[in-house]
Design a protein around this ligand. Structure first.
Ligand code: RP5
Length: 180
């Protein structure tokens, strides 16, 4: 039975294949952490092109605000979705077994003039999720303070890492870090 109480998804996390899920899951995790309503779909540009076009064309009308699209290899999904909608599309290059994801990166980032895709790093699912939250936060005070807190947490972790490394180098008897 359909869950009629489910909130309208604001972010669509889509991928070319379920084999992309491992890379895309961190994006989903971020959206869950920040309490952003979202949906997760396999929308293949090559295997179901008509459904993919319909997804992009209908997304804004369904209340969506951002699309996060991941694909690998001949990674046409983010760019093709961007050509069907004025919503921001965040592209995630998924690394495959061959070519280390450089193929995916170039396929996604090298968009023609007029059709932008905000491309994150190879395998950068988490940053894609965070970028989607940042886009929503431009009009959402709660999300903006949650992002401020998140940045403070990361800064704290980095300070702790600094302390650990400094302590280790001091224990090793020198003021600076010595490679082993
Ligand atoms: C792309 O082809 C998908 O995004 C995936 O990264 C890649 C391989 O797909 P599978 O053959 O694993 O389904 O369209």
């Amino acid at each position: 039975m359909a869950d009629t109480d489910a909130p309208t998804p604001l972010v669509g996390v889509v991928m070319g294949s379920d084999s992309d899920l491992e890379v895309m899951q961190p994006a989903v995790d971020v959206l869950e952490e920040f309490g952003v309503p979202h949906e997760v779909r396999v929308v293949s540009a090559h295997r179901r092109p008509h459904e993919m076009l319909a997804y992009g064309t209908e997304a804004a009308g369904r209340g969506m605000r951002v699309i996060v699209a991941g694909a690998g290899g001949a990674a046409h999904l983010p760019g093709m979705l961007a050509s069907t909608t004025s919503l921001p599309v965040v592209g995630v290059p998924v690394p495959l077994r061959h070519l280390d994801g450089l193929d995916s990166l170039l396929s996604i980032v090298q968009m023609p003039r007029g059709v932008p895709v905000a491309t994150v790093s190879v395998g950068g699912g988490q940053n894609a999720g965070l970028l989607a939250v940042r886009i929503l936060a431009t009009h959402d005070e709660r999300l903006r303070s949650a992002l401020d807190e998140h940045r403070a947490t990361i800064a704290g972790e980095s300070a702790e890492a600094d302390e650990r490394v400094r302590r280790r180098s001091t224990d090793a008897g020198g003021p600076g870090f010595r490679p082993r």
